[in-house]
Design a protein around this ligand. Structure first.
Ligand code: MN
Length: 224
C-alpha cells in the first residue's frame, strides 16, 4: 500500500510538473521575444496551462475526498496521451505547430523530437526551429518509424509516452544505429531514473523544466 501511495504521488507530481514546466518556459520565451504574434500565442499558452493546472489541483482534491483516489490518479498517470487528447486538446486550435521548415530543409541539421505533450513540443520547437529542421513523433513507436524513414542527425526522446516509452524506442533505434545521438528529455525526478536513463543507450540527459541553454548546449556538443 505504501508503494502504491508513492506511485500515486509520483504520478501527481508528474502531472503537475507538465503545466508548471510549460508556464515557466513560456514565461521565459515571452521575455525574450518582440514579436507581437508570438507574445499573444505565448500568453494564450500560459493561460491555458494555468487553467489546466487549476483543474488538475481541483481533480486531486476531489479524488482525495472520494474513495476512488487511486483509480482516478492512476488514470491520469498512465494517460499521458489521454492528457493530450482530453485536457490539452483545447490548444489544438490555438497552437499552430510548424514542425518543418521547407525553406531550410537539407541545410540545417535534422532533429527528431519524440514528445507526446503538445505544449512541451511547442516549447521545444520554439527553442529549436531557428537552428534545426524538426521532425515530431507523438510516441515512441512513431519515433522508431520516423527514425527509419528520415535518418535524423539527433534525437530528443521523452521518456513517458503512450504506445511505446522512450526506453523501448531508444532500444529499438539502437538496433538500427549505434551512433545517432539520443538525448533523454524527461520530468522524472528520481536519481534511480537518471541512472536507468544513462544505462539505456542514451548519450545524454536533459531534465524538465527544460533549460534552453543546457538543451541547445547538449545538442551542439553531440552534433560536434
Ligand atoms: Mn511525455
Amino acid at each position: 500500500m505504501a508503494q502504491n501511495i508513492e506511485e500515486i504521488l509520483a504520478g501527481m507530481s508528474q502531472e503537475i510538473r507538465t503545466p508548471v514546466n510549460t508556464i515557466t518556459s513560456f514565461a521565459r520565451l515571452l521575455c525574450n521575444t518582440d514579436d507581437p504574434a508570438k507574445k499573444r500565442r505565448y500568453v494564450d499558452i500560459i493561460q491555458t496551462n494555468c487553467s489546466l493546472l487549476q483543474n488538475l489541483l481541483d481533480d486531486m482534491l476531489e479524488s482525495a475526498k472520494g474513495t476512488d483516489a487511486p483509480a482516478h490518479v492512476s488514470e491520469a498517470e498512465t494517460g499521458a496521451d489521454n492528457a493530450r487528447n482530453e485536457k490539452v486538446d483545447v490548444q489544438d486550435d490555438e497552437i499552430p505547430i510548424t514542425s518543418e521548415h521547407p525553406k531550410h530543409r537539407g541545410v540545417k541539421p535534422t532533429l527528431l523530437v519524440a514528445e507526446d505533450n503538445e505544449s512541451n513540443y511547442f516549447l521545444m520547437s520554439s527553442l529549436l526551429e531557428d537552428d534545426y529542421n524538426l521532425i515530431h513523433a507523438w510516441n515512441g513507436r512513431e519515433a522508431v518509424e520516423l527514425f527509419s524513414e528520415k535518418h535524423p542527425d539527433l534525437i530528443l526522446m521523452d521518456i513517458n509516452m503512450p504506445l511505446m516509452d522512450g526506453y523501448e524506442a531508444t532500444r529499438n533505434i539502437r538496433q538500427l544505429s549505434g551512433t545517432v545521438p539520443v538525448i533523454a528529455v524527461t520530468a522524472y525526478a528520481f536519481s534511480s531514473d537518471r541512472t536507468r536513463i544513462m544505462e539505456s543507450g542514451f548519450d545524454s540527459y536533459v531534465s524538465k523544466p527544460v533549460n534552453a541553454d543546457r538543451l541547445l548546449g547538449e545538442i551542439a556538443r553531440l552534433l560536434g
